[in-house]
Design a protein around this ligand. Sequence first.
Ligand code: ASP
Ligand code: MG
Length: 402
Amino acid sequence: MSIIVQKYGGTSMANSECVKNVAEKVVNAKLRGHDVVVVVSAPAGFTDHLVSRAKEITDKPSGRELDMILATGEQISISLLAMAIKALGEDAISFTSAQVGIITDGNHNKAKIEAINTDKLLKALGEGKIVIIAGFQGVTKDLEITTLGRGGSDTSAVAIGVALDAAEVEIYTDVDGIYTADPRVVPNAHKMDYITFDEMLEMAGSGAKVLHLRSVELAAKNNMPIHLRSSFSDAIGTYVLDEEDKMEHVLVRGVAHTTNNAKITIANIDNTSKNIALIFKTISDANINVDVITQNYINIDRITISFTVAQEEYDRALELSKDLGRRLKADEVYGNEKVAKVCIIGVGMKSTSGVASRVFTCLADHNVAIDMVSTSDINITCVVNQDDYAKAVIAIHNEFEL
Ligand code: ASP
Ligand code: MG
C-alpha cells in the first residue's frame, strides 16, 4: 500500500469543527486504501499567542525556553485529531517529535532536521493505524526540544514524506492552490494545475507565501511531489513537481510581487572590488539582508551601486550607507523607502528568447518606470515605484495571457 502524508495547517485546525472536518478527510484517504500519516500545525493564532506570552515575561527569552513553549501548540492539535479520528471508528495514534525521533541540530527557533527514525511510524502503520505527528518541532540527540522556524510544519511534512518514501505530500491549507498572480491584485488570476519545483522556489522567494521555502527546497532535492490544496473542499489544488513534460509549455508561469522593499543608492564611487565588498560586508555585518543589487557605470573608473532591503531595515541601512558614502567619497547617498518588486517567473524562458524585451516593452507601454532589473534563467525581477506595482502586475499578467 502506498503511504501518503497529509499536512493540515493552523486554519484547518482552528476549532473543534475544523478538527472534525480534518478527521473526515483523513479517514476518507484511509478508506481509499492509503497508509496515512498526518502532520499538523498548532490551531490558528496559537503559536502567536505563545510568542506573546513569552514576550510578556521578557524581551529576550532564551531560544531553548522559547522552543519549550512554542512546541506545545502542535501537541494540542495531534491529540484532538487522534480523538476525532477514533470517534469516527478508525484507529489512530499521535506522536510528538521526541517520541518519533525527528532529530534536528541544536539551533533553537530555526533548527534543521538531520534524521527521522521511521521505526515507530512503520510499526503503527503496519497495525493499521493512522499516524499523527506534531509538525514544526524536533528534538536534538540530547533530547532538547527545538522548532524549525515559523511556518515550519510544511517542512516537517515533506521531511517525513521523504523518510517514509511516500507517494506524495498533500499540504492542506486555506487557499485552493498556487495562483498565476495574487488574486487580490489581479482579479482574473487563476489557479495553476502544475508548477515546477524551481518555479515554486522563485515564487516562494518572491512574495508567494503559501509554502515554507525550506519545504520546497527539500521536496525539490528529493523529488517529492507536493499537492497544495484546500482543506475546505475536495477540489484538486496545485501540484508542485519535477516533471516539466507533464505540464503545458508556457513562457511565463506566474507573476509574484512584494511591496515591502526599499532602495538605497550610493552614487559615484571608485570602481574597485574592495569598495563593493566593503559596502556589502558592512550591511551584512549589521544583519541586514540585501535583495536586488545593481551596479551602473559612470565611466570605466566610477560606478553607482544600488540595492534593496526590507522596509523595516531601511533606516539602519541608509544610515550605514551614508557613513560608507563619506568613507568612499561618494557624490551622494539617497534612498527610496517605498519600492516594489515584480517577478516574472517561468521555466519556459530558459529556452525562449525575447521574454525580457516583452516585459520591458509592456511596462513602458503602461508608463511604469523600471528602477532596477535582476534576472536568473527563470526569473525576471523588476523593481518599480510602489505606486506602480499593481498596474505592472496586471499588465504583465495580460501580456502573457496567464
Ligand atoms: N505553528 C507554527 C507557526 O505558526 C508552525 C506552522 O504553522 O507551520 O509558525
Ligand atoms: Mg503555513
